[in-house]
Design a protein around this ligand. Structure first.
Ligand SMILES: NC(=O)c1ccc[n+]([C@@H]2O[C@H](COP(=O)([O-])OP(=O)(O)OC[C@H]3O[C@@H](n4cnc5c(N)ncnc54)[C@H](O)[C@@H]3O)[C@@H](O)[C@H]2O)c1
Length: 284
């Protein structure tokens, strides 16, 4: 199938990055949000990211303008009727995603593939809501999407070979390297990353070292591009907590159990970069 228009639902941290990547790769993009306020702020984030890419000489100004011109926004799911692929990137909540998949299933052409960017929710649980379970898969991008090379493709129990091949081809068009994972919580990367991140929070919570020293220790000692607490702030503490909870519920292993400090910070809306304050202050 020729893909001209990709629908991206949710224009937060990930959705705006997915939309930007798709537009930069030549696809027309329609982004959907809950209301006009969230849509405006998502589009604003997207435009800033394009401008930043130009300033950093990663993108020509003409290409940024052309990408921007390919993107439109809506708050009405009916506007996705002509999309050739939809990637869902709304908040990490099963009921929310299931209700969205049900509506999308009714709105989209029957041949259209629906992908979820979920970090931890079962693809089978989303596919089962639709009349097209073989056309549902996980396309799990990494933040910041326009920069990060990896795309995890998640195969649900009913996902067809054709759907996997289609998603791999889209991934290649987006310039990503794809890896395939089974539909198990955390897939490959988060299954290994989350215990590491929450262990870093435990080390900080126990007062074993300062946040700067924890981050520098890992950054310089293991040659990671950033320390784990900085990475928590980038991912979003709410997302980190939600994924840890799902992993703990599924596997029941203490290494996946969220530390109290993480829960308290989320309750206090200290979510990291997106709220201006997490382990570090981003308000200035
Ligand atoms: N943050 C990460 O590093 C990361 C990485 C990979 C995958 N993910 C996954 O991506 C998804 C989105 O995460 P995020 O970090 O972008 O969260 P976010 O909170 O930044 O964005 C979610 C957006 O979804 C919107 N939304 C909620 N309900 C909606 C609806 N019914 N219709 C349209 N829009 C709606 C919200 O208004 C918000 O703008 C989650 O499933 C998360 O697990 C996150």
């Amino acid at each position: 199938m020729t893909v001209k228009t990709i629908g991206v639902i949710g224009c937060g941290l990930m959705g705006s990055g997915i939309a930007e990547s798709c537009a930069r790769s030549g696809f027309n993009v329609i982004v959907g949000e809950l209301n006009e306020t969230f849509l405006a702020s998502g589009m604003n984030r997207l435009q800033k990211s394009l401008n930043r890419a130009v300033q950093r000489h990663k993108l020509e100004a003409d290409a940024a303008a052309a990408a921007w011109a390919r993107i439109s926004g809506t708050v009405d799911l009916q506007d996705f009727a002509d999309a050739d692929l939809v990637i869902e990137a709304v908040s990490e909540n099963l009921e929310l995603k299931q209700s969205l998949f049900k509506t999308l299933d009714a709105v989209l052409r029957p041949d259209v593939i629906i992908a979820s960017n979920t970090s931890s929710i079962s693809i089978a649980a989303l596919a089962a809501i639709t009349q097209r379970p073989h056309k549902v898969l996980g396309m799990h991008f990494f933040n910041p999407v326009p920069v990060m090379q990896l795309l995890e493709l998640v195969r649900g129990i009913l996902t067809s070979d054709e759907t996997m091949a289609f998603a791999a081809a889209i991934g290649a068009r987006l310039g990503k390297t794809t890896v395939v994972a089974k539909d198990s919580p955390g897939f490959i990367v988060n299954r290994l990353l989350i215990p590491f991140l929450i262990d870093a929070i435990r080390v900080y919570e126990a007062g074993l070292a300062s946040k700067e020293d924890i981050d520098n220790g890992i950054k310089l000692g293991l040659a990671h591009p950033m320390g784990p607490l900085t990475l928590c702030d980038l991912v979003g503490l709410d997302t980190t907590l939600a994924v840890a909870d799902v992993l703990y519920e599924e596997y029941g292993e203490p290494r996946f159990k969220a530390p109290p400090l993480l829960r308290q910070m989320v309750a206090a809306a200290l979510l990291g970069r997106k709220s201006g304050q997490g382990f570090y202050d981003y308000s200035r």
